[in-house]
Design a protein around this ligand. Structure first.
Ligand code: SAH
Length: 229
């Protein structure tokens, strides 16, 4: 029998203890995102319930709830939480229900996990096979089920599953890829960083008569590269 308030540390209790610590640090991150202008409560609560420390390597886990990008190997980075929150907020603004979402640039799968909680189905494409395999394994073991994975080149989109209600691109092309515009549903919206050197977030909506584009804040993403590896 454990003493009241000081239970014997079983495996489960240890896990809970660690879980609580990370829950507190997660809450601190959420407060900070809110202070920095993230308004969507559903986006904030998706970030709060997502264990970012499990998406970065052990060596980086202690920094997982700081608002910074971190290396994930293969010269790629997990996006900064504020950027993930902002892009998701822009993507799902005025959203009245779950949607079919295409994500380009799975990376470690963190943004995928957020999208999975806020949409009906996520189609995610990654050009680096090793990263995609790791992300798939991680997301499946964490119980995210509504995700389809493709090792491929996001410049081509995902023809067999188009059109998409929402498209989120997590790497920066110099110009908006034509195939992604073509695969966006009417009434749909795409959020992506654009530019080589100076990059800015753009929000593209598809209307009956064509595309409408808005320029948002300056950002820094890894470049979107052609082909697979
Ligand atoms: N949201 C991810 C971001 C990873 S960085 C995360 O938080 O982990 C961007 C990712 O885009 C990298 O993994 C990179 O390999 C991938 N990428 C770059 N060009 C691509 C392309 N043409 N098609 C698919 N993925 C691409």
């Amino acid at each position: 029998m454990g003493i009241r308030g000081a239970p014997v540390m079983s495996g489960g209790a240890m896990r809970d203890g660690i879980g609580m610590t990370s829950l507190r640090t997660r809450r601190r991150l959420i407060d900070r995102l809110r202070a920095n202008g993230i308004q969507s409560e559903k986006v904030l609560s998706a970030l709060e319930s997502t264990p970012r420390h499990l998406f970065v390597g052990e060596a980086m886990a202690h920094k997982a709830y700081e608002d910074t990008a971190l290396p994930i190997g293969h010269q790629q980075t997990i996006s900064q939480p504020w950027v993930v929150a902002r892009m998701t907020e822009l993507l799902l603004e005025d959203d009245d229900g779950p949607k079919k979402v295409l994500e380009v640039g799975t990376g470690c799968g963190y943004q995928t996990a957020i999208l999975s909680q806020l949409s009906r189905w996520v189609f995610t494409i990654e050009r680096i096979g090793a990263l995609l395999d790791q992300a798939r394994e991680r997301l499946q073991s964490l119980g995210y089920r509504n995700i389809s994975y493709l090792h491929g080149d996001g410049f081509a989109g995902w023809e067999s599953n188009q059109p998409f209600d929402r498209i989120l691109v997590a790497a920066a092309p110099a110009e908006i890829p034509a195939a992604l515009l073509a695969q966006l549903a009417e009434g749909g919206r795409m959020v992506l960083p654009v530019g080589s050197g100076h990059q800015e977030l753009r929000v593209v909506t598809r209307e009956a008569r064509g595309f409408h584009e808005e320029v948002r804040e300056a950002v820094r993403f890894v470049p979107m590269l052609k082909g697979q590896s």
